[in-house]
Write a protein that binds this ligand. Structure first.
Ligand code: UDX
Length: 444
């Protein structure tokens, strides 16, 4: 089948590569000439395990192509996926200008029936706006061509995007046309093998499903973070509480890990956008506001622990392990590391940072500055530092050489923002150890 995808960012590229992988002819359209040139040369602009190979092989096989030309895009695919960015506006609502620009371009170029599919995370009601924009462009040309608009939200996790796409929990398709649902069922059949994972529903419910999924996951995390702060004050251990509640299948073990707050491109943005959508229809979504506030406060906790230990942070050097908002990605959007680094700089402290893949991204965001030293290895970051903070739970940080770290740090202090170490072991190794929801441990 022929597929066009607008937007060669995270969602667009993964969708394109995976649809090509199962034999479709995919054409990716983007307005960024630099990006298209690099993709045509086989360079992948984002870090995602497995994506590199998939793009290279499918490009070689001629099933995956890249272009700047929207006219070519409209002519190519029966399926027209919109996967462009929806960054948050100042007021927290999703900015739809890129989505609507693609809709306008489709309307200008449309020659025969097409299915226009919203893959970007867009507020409820966007499918109607996309339809209106296409109709408007058609009216300007006095053209009458049939098309459908479908909502098909994406549930990819960064770092596991390929397997999430190839083996989805569910494929949500929102459409008011049963024939279109059948065409999408055929397109998704290769990912739908063992049992039918395609859930056809009305358009607005599909649009809301995406926000509902992200909001409930963010809520679980903020709930645990709230309880972790309470556990500390009560002298309880949140990790034991986590296991205690997770064993109830109605609660489950996933997404109840306390930590230094959630980041990334989805949770912070989507919780704010849903809160904004609620306000727009006259409803005050109290829980969403709280989820957001708890997360903001949580991101500041590693700094609070450093202040608790050192008092004044001016002139201190802090080693930071992890910059990405979570392991297996170089994405630093809304990362807790940024909140910590910026607060440390504001307090007059220096940061020696290391991340297995996000160093370049960090350099791109902050550039050269005297109070940020980007280190080549985890051990190098610790050199000459007063304390070590772990903010992203990369595998390589799980079992480091604690003896060497203790000898290298000016003071044996570790702030563990993801609870990856055992407090008793850290105390036995001679560390003052701070973590989330467990109370500090002194050496011995
Ligand atoms: C998320 C959703 O999981 C995905 O379905 C959706 O399509 C996009 O948003 P992603 O942003 O890639 O995916 O990251 P995810 O793995 O969900 O983690 C989000 C953040 O929550 C990370 O900062 C992570 O550290 C944090 N987190 C996650 C916790 O703090 N505790 C947990 O228990 C789980």
């Amino acid at each position: 089948m022929k597929v066009t995808i607008y937007g060669s960012g995270y969602v667009g590229l993964v969708t394109g590569a995976c649809l090509a992988e199962v034999g479709n002819e995919v054409l990716c359209v983007d307005i960024d000439p630099g990006k298209i040139e690099r993709l045509q040369r086989g360079e992948i602009p984002i870090y995602e395990p497995g994506l590199d190979r998939m793009v290279t092989e499918n490009s070689k096989a001629g099933r995956l192509r890249f272009t700047l030309d929207p006219a070519e895009g409209v002519a190519h695919g029966l399926f027209q996926f919109i996967a462009v960015g929806t960054p948050p506006d100042e007021d927290g609502s999703a900015d739809l200008q890129h989505v609507l620009a693609v809709a306008g371009a489709i309307g200008e170029q449309l020659q025969e029936y097409r299915i226009v599919i919203n893959k970007s995370t867009v507020p409820v009601g966007t499918a109607d706006r996309v339809r209106e924009r296409i109709e408007q462009a058609l009216a300007e040309r006095a053209a009458q061509i049939e098309f459908d608009v479908v909502s098909n939200p994406e549930f990819l996790k960064e770092g596991a995007a390929i397997s999430d796409f190839m083996r989805p929990d569910r494929i949500v398709v929102g459409t008011d046309n049963p024939r279109t649902a059948e065409l999408l069922r055929a397109l998704y059949a290769p990912f739908n093998r063992n049992h039918d994972r395609l859930l056809a529903m009305d358009i607005r419910s599909a649009e809301l499903t995406k926000y509902a999924a992200n909001a409930i996951l963010a809520t679980k995390i903020s709930f645990m973070n709230e309880l972790s702060n309470l556990a500390e004050r009560l002298g309880a251990d949140i990790e034991q509480v986590r296991v205690g509640i997770g064993s109830d299948p109605r609660i489950g073990y996933q997404f109840i890990y306390p930590g230094a707050g959630y980041g990334g491109s989805c949770f912070p943005k989507d919780v704010k956008a849903l809160e904004r959508t609620a306000r727009d229809c006259g409803y005050q979504a109290e829980l969403l506001t709280a989820v957001e506030n708890v997360n903001e406060r949580q991101k500041a906790i590693p700094l609070r622990k450093l202040e608790q230990h050192f008092g004044e942070l001016k002139g201190r050097t802090i080693a930071l392990w992890g910059l990405a908002f979570k392991p297996n990605t170089d994405d630093m959007r809304e990362a807790s590391s940024r909140v910590l680094m910026e607060a440390l700089w504001a307090a007059g402290a220096r940061v020696r940072a290391y991340d297995p893949v996000a160093m370049e991204e960090c350099n791109r965001i902050y550039g050269k500055r005297g109070d940020l030293i980007l280190c080549e290895s985890a051990m190098e970051a610790v050199q000459g530092a007063d304390a070590l903070v772990v903010i992203t739970e990369w595998k390589e940080f799980r079992s480091p050489d604690f003896f060497e770290i203790r000898e290298t740090l000016r003071q044996p202090v570790i702030v563990d923002g993801r609870n990856i170490y055992d407090p008793a072991q850290m105390a036995a190794l001679g560390y003052t150890y701070y973590s989330i929801g467990r109370g500090p441990r002194q050496p011995g």
